[in-house]
Design a protein around this ligand. Structure first.
Ligand code: FES
Ligand code: FES
Length: 153
């Protein structure tokens, strides 16, 4: 199959990528761009480990073809400086909201998306926002506490 070239912004830098048009965004992020904070779990949209921000909204990068990202603004945990994300990272550390850390990048993306859309979510809104992200370690309560802690007073 003919290679396709796309140009997109990743964490604020313009990147040009050429490859198989069937390539998934998550594979481009991890393999072509060597950005490993975005994880691969299920590859079927169920676990949320691959979540990134695309044009300001959270997206599961295993469900997107890289070619559909032409001109997009993609943000991952690697090198993205964002005030909401930083507040969340600080709160995740304070509440021990991770153990193995496999889900953490995706959780932070989902939580950042939530707090940008809804700066003062209640617990049910937090649970709904992270319902597409699986965590095998924490039982979710410390993650919910971290998101609550990151809400600006
Ligand atoms: S790897 Fe994308 S949702 Fe699980
Ligand atoms: S901290 Fe291990 S899967 Fe969430």
């Amino acid at each position: 199959m003919a290679e396709q070239v796309i140009k997109l912004s990743v964490n604020g830098s313009v990147r040009e990528i050429s490859g198989d048009p069937r390539q998934l965004l998550v594979d481009v992020i991890r393999d072509d761009l060597d950005l490993k904070a975005t994880h691969i779990g299920c590859l079927s949209g169920d676990c949320g480990a691959c979540s990134v921000m695309v044009d300001g909204e959270v997206r599961k990068s295993c469900l997107s073809l890289a070619v559909s990202m032409e001109g997009a603004d993609v943000r991952t945990l690697d090198g993205w400086v964002d005030e909401t994300l930083l507040r969340l990272q600080t709160a995740f550390i304070a509440t021990n909201a991770f153990q193995c850390g496999f889900c953490t990048s995706g959780m932070l993306m989902a939580a950042t998306d939530l707090l940008r859309r809804n700066p003062r979510p209640d617990v049910s809104e937090i649970r709904k926002a992270i319902s597409g992200n699986l965590c095998r370690c924490t039982g979710y309560e410390p993650i919910i506490q971290a998101i609550q802690q990151a809400i600006q007073k």
